[in-house]
Design a protein around this ligand. Structure first.
Ligand SMILES: [Zn+2]
Length: 361
């Protein structure tokens, strides 16, 4: 028995799948799995354990067709979508073919874009997932940050550049490459922030490649064996051509600013937004931690702790430790940027998500 499809006419992105007969329950099960992989919430189930498992988030929506052997399965992409789901529930309730049929019935409402979303996520994004990133290779990353990350068993990414001003050769301000090699040995990610902290919109393609290559080879010289997959844009300046180069070079993730949580289904993997810690902006940072839910990941950009080279982006040491303690005690999962490839198929994300350069800063 086939699946009938009605277009509800509410939006072209919503299709309604109605499956009849028990045979179709296999399809329902695969939809469940599909929704799970897509990190979606199955909203309503009037029967069946397999559906109930996933109904935790949006249980307030009332069961719509309450007959036995009849299951209605709503899939909502996010809280925003739950309004749509509610409308669709109301529609289904009053929809004559659903009310009158006596055959076992499964109704699934599915967002049209799910196909690509399922391919973007390898597994659902857990709540409380945080990525810590540290920019500019300042000395306090080695002396203060790394020991504290170890103390609280947290991961992190260090974006390395060799500043011209104040100069990278001043070892009272910046880490040496030996120290950067030691961070790698401790298990942290060493990643690319260009050779001279040159903004990507100020470089030719050739210069950009040269600057990326320089950091890669310096890292290899201090035994960073893993291929670099993460990049951070100096000054958060972006350019469409940079995306092409990063792809050619095999990078998987690139971080911008923007002060928003990262939604892997919406944000291009070369334009991953982040929140910046700066001075005493702890209210903003704790608020950001709270946003690590419903499929969103919170990425922090942190400069020196403290930052003697660039004091306007300093983070006080005691406040930084307070953040780490909070994350540790509240059971957040804190990882490096490259670890996101356990959750995200970047190749598919690169192919399906349109880059939006307007919100990089
Ligand atoms: Zn920087």
């Amino acid at each position: 028995m086939g699946i009938e499809v009605w277009c509800l006419g509410m939006t072209k992105h919503i299709n309604q799948f109605v499956a009849q007969s028990r045979k179709e329950s296999a399809k329902a099960r695969s939809l469940c799995t599909f929704a799970k992989i897509s990190n979606l919430r199955l909203v309503i189930s009037t029967q069946g354990e397999i559906l109930k498992r996933y109904t935790s988030k949006l249980t307030k929506i009332p069961p719509t067709v309450g007959m036995t052997k009849r299951t209605i399965l709503f899939i909502a992409q996010s809280r925003k979508e739950s309004a749509k789901a509610r409308l669709l529930c109301a529609f289904a309730k009053n929809f004559a073919p659903l009310r009158e049929t006596n055959s076992p019935l499964i109704l699934a409402l599915l967002l049209f874009s799910l196909q690509s979303q399922a391919q973007i996520l390898k597994k659902p994004i857990p709540d409380k997932l945080i990525v810590l990133t540290f920019d500019d290779a300042v000395l306090s990353h080695y002396t203060n940050v790394a020991p504290l990350l170890k103390k609280y068993k947290l991961g992190g990414t260090f974006f390395i550049a060799e500043f011209l001003k104040p100069t990278f050769s001043d070892k009272s301000l910046y880490m040496s490459w030996d120290q950067i090699g030691k961070l790698n040995k401790m298990g942290f990610e060493i990643a690319n922030h260009t050779q001279k902290h040159t903004h990507v919109n100020k470089m030719s393609k050739e210069q950009f490649i040269e600057e990326l290559n320089y950091i890669e080879s310096q890292a290899r010289a201090v035994k960073v064996k893993k291929t670099m997959v993460s990049f951070a844009y100096p000054g958060y300046d972006t350019h469409p051509s940079a995306i092409i180069t990063l792809k050619e070079k095999g990078y998987q993730f690139a971080r911008v600013g923007g002060g928003k949580a990262y939604d892997p289904l919406k944000n291009h993997p070369y334009l991953i937004p982040s929140f910046s810690t700066s001075g005493n902006n702890s209210k903003q940072i704790y608020d950001a931690f709270g946003q690590a839910q419903d499929g969103k990941i919170v990425v922090l950009t942190i400069h020196g702790v403290p930052d003697a080279a660039h004091p306007w982006v300093t983070t006080p040491l005691n406040l930084f430790e307070e953040y780490l303690k909070f994350l540790y005690e509240n059971h957040y999962k804190v990882i490096a940027l490259r670890d996101l490839n356990k959750y995200i198929n970047t190749q598919n994300a690169l192919e399906t998500i349109q880059p939006d350069f307007s919100k990089a800063k």
